[in-house]
Design a protein around this ligand. Structure first.
Ligand code: 26Y
Length: 800
């Protein structure tokens, strides 16, 4: 048996240098004298990719030989970010490449910065998929990620007069050096048409073509494949039309097909593009299942073995058509009968839920489903009929109910296991949204608390802290994150605390330099850096943070010479283009920033920074520089959060509610090292029942009244005093996310943070305890949990 080869840093620098020069000359066709940063980036990327190919092949060979179970992770989103630096770090070649480039007079940092982010996702769910790919390879679990190769990832955000403006993202404008196009791996994806006697005659087809990116794990011991599907026309061109002179119409088939993989849907998109979204979901699912069935049937001839050899994870309901599509393929292409096809499909499929918010649970009208996927509509009705008959459930628990297909119910019914993403979330799933289904399918729901990869989020993003950790607890913690526990013994070691303080300060200086270059605003690196970065959403309560910012501004203005702890409030995040309230919140943050930052009484005491176009690369800058992590959602609404984990491992303290994974973070780092405030999930439910809860809370809080008053007066929008009347009015009268009811508690938690920050030794001790308690939140732990409890998959890495 071939052991997967391990890439270590035993490449000589001469060797690497020669390989890069070779690519520069023969792949890029560039003479050194004229090579641009882009050319060097391509040459280095190809060199690194070459080195990944060997462990990639070895991993594939090993999987075939071992006949191991393969995991297929189906996700409409993979929010990867930049690839080059991560790959170099995983291979241990970062420093050597830096030295080679330096000999050429090139700064590695510039080369790294030249790479566009692969932003094929909206936020948490997509980034989780990317962390999972990293961990699957690090652990050596045979796996494929299946997604869509969107030409345009998540939109770019600009601010115009403080308002969010979206422009298209174009990461594929330049050649993408990490992928291998696979023209031979192509499948026909059918749509529309008619079904007669169980035979579907589609009226539209497109071709799904595979593009493979190898994903290398820690120390290059294993590499899995991220296989993204691009849409192509089944017939390239209408030659008759072209020849008859109608040149534009002749290209229609091509244009139609390509729209399928053209853009990533922004979360909460409006009705307009619904049909296209449904087609995208089916496109992914059908291509993925045809591909995995082809792979399976070349290795085995008994389809009854499928669920023993294949585990499929549906990342939320977006790929929930996998249930009916698997049944269809097994029956139509492989000749199985209904019962066998359904049993086998169920044996392979699992479903992860990422939200309990009713508006985010997908539903499709039976009319649309019947038109776009007529055969699947029939299959869904049959699954539904059997589900109703077997469980005797009341009508509203059906998959099809009131002319809508409920994708959460479909996914639940067709899955072997259904999981939530934090202990609290899984618990609430079983008690609320999925309570009835849980009763009729007991034991199906389980928990797998999210995690994040420490390779990208510590080692890459925070080299200073990483060096310190290695010095204190020894090498190798990046793949054994529980060992961070050992840092706890050093919480009273003045040398370690001083080095921790220095590492944090260096990151803050670097961030301040970046902010100065971008915005011209100078930050005091000794201020408390307070960071809230995530999608802009009412339940995440950026509004609570802005209200507190305004209260702080007013308080400083009243007694500017009091002993203020200098604060920098940093925001980052995008709003869905059609989400008007979220866009108002963005504008308010920017308007408040403009007033605060130009107020001569503020100086270092308070600054508000909101860099546009938050993305993975920006997160890598902000998180290591944060002192305080804002995790302030309305309890019960944030399924898990993963940013919260990244901050904790980078030594930021959390100010947060008992929501999502905050609960588990607080348990692990210790309650005394966490600024907890606000109502818990039960408290939230009770509060909703109080009539006029918002008005009551506001009337009880003089500070909040004054905040709302200055906003209403137009202090932050003098050119349009009524700009925020809608927001203020909503806070008084509806306040659906209980900003008012938690405001005073938040204010005092912020005061506690100020007090703690005044004593640097104390603060850094708390920070160290946070890092020491964060080992549980490695996505390696999460993936091991899925492997053991859901997939029944094993690592094929040999002990070395
Ligand atoms: C358009 C539509 C159907 C849709 C598209 C994307 C609906 C939801 C989403 C994305 C959801 C998402 O990112 N959820 C987040 O998942 C993270 C990973 O589990 C959690 O940490 C986070 O709490 C949750 O909001």
């Amino acid at each position: 048996m071939n052991a997967p080869s391990q890439i270590t840093s035993d490449f000589s620098s001469n060797d690497l240098h020669a390989r890069i020069a070779q690519h520069l000359t023969y792949t890029l066709g560039k003479d050194r004298a004229h090579a641009s940063t882009y050319d060097w980036r391509m040459a280095v990327s190809h060199t690194i990719r070459d080195l990944i190919v060997e462990p990639w092949f070895a991993a594939t060979r090993r999987t075939y030989e071992a006949q191991g179970k393969r995991v297929y992770y189906l996700s409409m989103e993979f929010l990867i970010g930049r690839i080059l630096e991560d790959a170099m770090i995983n291979l241990g070649l970062h420093r050597q490449i830096e030295a080679v480039l330096a000999e050429e007079g090139i700064a590695l940092a510039d080369v790294i910065e030249d790479e566009p982010d692969a932003a094929l996702g909206n936020g948490g769910l997509g980034r989780l998929a990317a962390c999972f790919m990293d961990s699957l390879s690090t652990i050596g679990c045979p796996a494929f990620g299946y997604g869509i190769r969107y030409e345009h990832g998540l939109f770019r955000q600009r601010f115009e007069g403080g308002r969010q403006v979206e422009t298209p993202e174009d990461w594929l404008n330049q050649p993408h050096p990490w992928e291998f196009e696979r023209p031979e791996a192509a499948y026909t994806i059918p749509f529309k048409g008619t079904v007669w006697d169980g035979i579907w005659t589609p009226s539209e087809t497109v071709l799904a073509r595979a593009y493979d990116t190898p994903v290398v794990g820690w120390q290059g011991q294993w590499a899995n494949t991220l296989r993204l599907w691009g849409a192509h026309p089944t017939e390239l061109f209408d030659l008759d039309r072209f020849n008859s002179g109608d040149h534009t119409a002749a290209a229609h088939p091509e244009a139609l097909a390509r729209t399928l993989s053209r853009v990533l849907y922004p979360e909460d998109a409006t009705d307009g593009g619904k049909e296209l979204r449904l087609k995208q979901e089916f496109f992914l699912v059908s291509a993925a299942l045809q591909d995995l069935l082809r792979r399976f049937t070349t290795e085995y001839d008994d389809l009854n073995l499928l669920s023993e050899k294949v585990a499929i994870q549906m990342n939320d309901t977006h790929p929930a058509l996998a249930g009916p599509e698997m049944i269809r393929l097994l029956m139509v292409d492989h000749g199985l009968d209904w019962d066998a096809a359904k049993r086998i499909a169920q044996g392979c499929l699992n479903y992860t839920n990422h939200t309990l918010l009713p508006e985010a649970l997908e539903r499709w009208s039976t009319w649309l489903m019947g038109r776009v996927l007529p055969h699947h509509m029939q299959i869904i009705e049959r699954i539904d009929a059997e589900h109703r008959a077997a469980t005797g459930c009341p009508p509203h628990l059906g998959i099809v109910w009131q002319d809508q297909v409920h994708m959460g119910t479909l996914a639940f019914v067709m899955a072997s296991h259904v999981n939530g993403v934090s202990a609290l979330h899984s618990d609430l799933m079983a008690k609320t949204v999925f309570a009835d289904l849980n009763a009729v399918y007991p034991g199906r729901i389980l928990n797998q608390t999210n995690g994040v990869t420490p390779r990208r989020w510590m080692r890459l993003a925070n080299p200073g802290l990483s060096r310190l950790i290695t010095d204190v607890i020894g090498a190798g913690w990046e793949a054994e994150l529980d060992r961070l526990r050992d840092l706890g013994a050093h919480a009273d070691d003045p040398d370690v605390l001083a080095r921790l303080a220095a590492a944090k300060r260096a990151n803050k200086v670097a961030l301040a330099d970046w902010v100065a270059a971008k915005t011209g605003i100078t930050l005091n690196p000794d201020a408390l850096f307070d960071v809230q970065i995530k999608r802009i959403h009412e339940y995440k309560r950026q509004l609570l943070n802005v209200y507190e910012t305004i209260a702080r501004w007013q308080a400083i203005r009243q007694t500017p010479d009091a002993d203020w702890v200098p604060r920098v409030k940093i925001f980052g995040g995008k709003a869905a283009p059609g989400y008007w309230v979220a866009k108002d919140i963005i504008r308010l943050i920017n308007d408040v920033g403009a007033v605060v930052n130009s107020d001569p009484l503020m100086r270092d005491r308070l600054k508000v920074i909101y860099p546009a176009n938050y993305n993975v690369s920006m997160a890598q800058r902000l998180i290591p520089a944060a002192d305080l992590s804002e995790q302030i959602s309305t309890a019960g609404k944030e399924a898990s959060g993963t940013g919260n984990m990244k901050f904790t491992m980078n030594g930021a303290l959390t100010i947060g509610t008992l929501d999502g994974a905050n609960v588990e973070i607080r348990d692990r780092v210790g309650a005394e090292n966490f600024f907890l405030f606000g109502m818990d999930a039960d408290g939230v439910q009770a509060r909703y029942a109080v009539p006029d809860h918002a008005r009551k809370a506001i009337l009880a809080s003089k500070v909040l009244q004054e905040v709302l008053q200055v906003i209403s007066e137009g202090r932050f929008s003098p050119d349009e005093p009524k700009r925020y009347h809608g927001l203020v009015d909503a806070t008084w009268n509806h306040d659906p996310f209980l900003v008012a009811s938690d405001f005073d508690a938040y204010l005092s938690a912020q005061a506690q943070a100020d007090a703690a920050f005044k004593d640097p030794d104390h603060w850094h001790r708390l920070a160290l305890r946070n890092i020491a308690g964060s080992g549980h939140f490695s996505s390696d732990r999460t993936i091991r949990g899925y492997m053991a409890d859901i997939w029944g998959a094993e690592s094929l890495l040999q002990d070395t």
